[in-house]
Design a protein. Structure first.
Length: 694
């Protein structure tokens, strides 16, 4: 049933409509659906809405069309990617009571449930479950009847006992609904928190609307029994695919969680909180992850894996300590990472940070992306389409990977682009102004056109001038565009090209160009996987307009002791081609403060930095230079003390460098190693005149 793309049901009661949502999402159906509820603005005869159509319904009046399919009085449309006969066969197999007319499959929820739902009352009668010993057998019989995509329904306020826990068939993950709550449900408890999950039906997703079960709100729970592997069987999923334009670049959402703390609220509020308790004993054989985010890029959209935003829409001033109101200073933390552990780290981490087994923040990079889908996205293929600058990886005779990027033949990095102002309706381009002649055969791009659209002919106006032109969407069989008037770009070569029938003869020098069908590959050299910046601090700042944004401190630590070093790059690896291996780069006229004690009075007392005015590395004490080394090697100092050695130690120095100066502690005189001639090198004492006096 994976051919179905859109599925909608109009229901008789709100409760049934809610149940439809739960069932379609969690019952383990083997269909991929974009779920919607379709109803007439005025409910047709035979359908009852006690409070009117719900706000989250998508309303379509009878007689309208939805994706080319008619919406009938029964309010259901299924868009199928298969022949009608196959659709009918599949649909009747899945929904025997469905009505099928002209590509429309129609079914009411009551008909669907009568075919696919299993009611416990049909097996155990109208009784309070748990009041007789035979209940265990009838509950097991009901569970045994459940197949994939089935729902097991229980009446509300069911009384349960521990001996009623049935076994589920291998491979079957049923969906269970309690229309109410469960009395005395057995459970598997977390020994730490005392709370746990329901195990009434092991391996089933259980939904309850009860008010005195695990929560005061509806909830979903699943207990995976020890004899069944739950791998890759999520409790529930949300799926969405965008295959068309989006009015808002960031407006397509799969899941939204909203929380509001009003001015009357008190206490804490969490927009979203997740809990993970790990009790496994598998060491490195298992990884328990509280939140795992995985993003993969296949196109040219800019992509962020995670964005966190916070803004104080109503700002408040932070009073100083001197004001006596510092307790009213509001705290804001964008991200807080807390880690609470017991016991020492690996002893080696005191001198080798790579041996540490605990870390609060980790950022890693690698080249595993080349292996996604067995590497097919970065491997050359015959007669394949490649977008401009799309890269592939080719191995040389030694098995070493090299990188290449694609351009359309005749296209270059400097392919000329001409601009004009125009709009598109259907397949007609209307040009109202231009910077150069419009060329038939060129392709156009704009903010609303991000695919291959070619100018195939002129309809009105002087050749190449303002007027109307016929365009063709090269990515679709029918051109139907609706683009408002905007600046458009025109270029001769397309963004897509096609490889040849046979793989070309590769050469592996950087900037080598290799022709391949309508594609030209340019060599980028040996494979690398570069990440330019790991940790970046940035933001909006506009001093020229008076809006200034500032950071006080980028990195800070205070209460926790450091047993190794605040920054340790002793295990860093550098690219062998680097001329210098640099730990840190700083701007000129910036300084290292060597004696600050987190007070205003101790700031900037001892500074070391490079002064650009005279190109000198200087050391400042209280703002005064006491030592400097110029780019020419000249050393300046407010006072100089030479190394003091005994005369015997000085004479014992092996192969001293000419010009070396030391202080002879025995004769109390400075000595210099000099070579007046090649054979007369020696230590010469400094000669003094009369001592200075006032």
């Amino acid at each position: 049933m994976s051919d179905w793309n859109n599925f909608g049901v109009i229901t008789k009661k709100h409760q049934e409509r809610d149940m439809t949502r739960h069932f379609l999402t969690f019952a383990g159906l083997t269909i991929s659906v974009a779920f919607f509820v379709s109803a007439a603005h005025a409910a047709p005869t035979g359908f009852f809405f006690p409070d009117g159509p719900r706000e989250d319904s998508i309303m379509h009046a009878p007689g309208s069309t939805l994706d080319g399919l008619s919406v009938t009085q029964r309010g259901l449309a299924i868009k199928a990617n298969a022949p009608v006969a196959a659709i009918q066969t599949t649909a009747r197999s899945a929904i025997p009571k469905a009505g099928i007319t002209n590509n429309n499959i129609q079914v009411s929820l009551s008909n669907y449930l009568s075919t696919n739902a299993v009611n416990i009352k049909d097996y155990c009668g109208d009784i309070n479950i748990g009041n007789q010993s035979g209940d265990s057998a009838c509950v097991q019989s009901a569970v045994n009847s459940i197949g994939q995509g089935k729902i097991l329904s229980f009446p509300g306020n069911t009384v349960w006992s521990n001996y009623l826990v049935p076994n589920t068939s291998p491979g079957i993950l049923p969906f269970v609904n309690f229309n109410g709550y469960v009395i005395n449900p057995p459970g598997v408890n977390d020994p730490l928190s005392g709370s746990g999950v329901d195990d009434i039906i092991p391996d089933a997703v259980v939904f309850s609307t009860g008010s005195n079960w695990a929560s005061t709100q509806p909830g979903y729970e699943r207990y995976s029994s020890p004899n069944k592997d739950p791998s890759f069987t999520p409790m529930f999923q949300f799926r969405q695919m965008n295959d068309g334009p989006s009015a808002n670049q960031q407006g397509s959402e799969v899941l939204r969680v909203s929380a509001t703390s009003s001015i009357h609220s008190s206490g804490n509020m969490d927009g979203l909180r997740t809990y993970l308790r790990s009790s496994g004993l598998n060491y490195a054989g298992s990884f328990d992850v509280n939140t795992w985010s995985s993003s993969q890029s296949y196109g040219t959209n800019w992509m962020w894996d995670h964005i966190t935003e916070m803004a104080n829409a109503v700002p408040y001033y932070c009073p100083s300590v001197a004001s006596g109101h510092s307790n009213l200073c509001i705290g804001y933390d964008m991200n807080e990472l807390d880690m609470n552990m017991t016991g020492p780290e690996a002893p080696e981490s005191a001198y080798d940070p790579s041996k540490a087994s605990r870390g609060i923040f980790g950022a890693g990079a690698g080249y595993s992306a080349v292996n996604i889908d067995n590497g097919k996205h970065v491997t050359w293929a015959a007669n394949a389409s490649y977008n401009q600058y799309q890269m592939i990886v080719v191995k040389n005779a030694d098995g070493k990977p090299y990188m290449f990027y694609s351009l359309h033949e005749g296209g270059t990095d400097n392919d000329p682009i001409h601009q004009f102002v125009g709009s598109v309706s259907g397949s007609t381009l209307t040009v109202t102004s231009k910077t150069s002649d419009i060329v038939i055969g060129n392709l156009i791009y704009s903010a609303h056109i991000n695919k291959e659209v070619k100018i195939v002919g002129q309809l009105t106006g002087s050749p190449g001038d303002v007027g109307t032109y016929q365009v063709q969407d090269m990515t679709a069989s029918i051109t139907s565009l609706n683009v408002p008037s905007e600046t458009m770009n025109e270029r001769a070569h397309g963004t897509w090209s096609t490889s040849g029938n046979t793989e070309p003869a590769w050469t592996f020098n950087t900037n080598d160009q290799i022709s391949d069908g309508t594609t030209v590959w340019t060599g980028l050299g040996p494979f690398v996987s570069d990440v330019g910046v790991v940790l970046k601090f940035s933001g909006s700042n506009s001093p020229s307009t008076g809006y200034i944004t500032r950071f006080g401190t980028l990195l800070e630590t205070d209460t926790v002791w450091c047993y190794n070093a605040l920054i340790d790059f002793s295990t860093a690896l550098f690219d062998p081609s680097n001329p210098y291996n640099v730990d840190m780069r700083v701007k000129p006229d910036t300084y290292f403060d060597l004696s600050d004690q987190a007070t205003q009075a101790t700031q900037n007392l001892h500074l070391l930095g490079f002064k650009s005015a005279d190109n000198t590395l200087e050391y400042l004490v209280n703002g005064k230079r006491v030592m400097g080394v110029s780019d020419e090697g000249t050393i300046s100092a407010s006072g100089m003390i030479l190394t003091s050695k005994s005369k015997a130690d000085i004479l014992a120095i092996s192969s001293p460098v000419e010009g070396t100066m030391l202080f002879d502690a025995d004769d109390h005189v400075e000595v210099t190693y000099r070579c007046p001639t090649a054979s007369t090198c020696a230590w010469f004492p400094m000669r003094y005149g009369t001592a200075i006096s006032n």
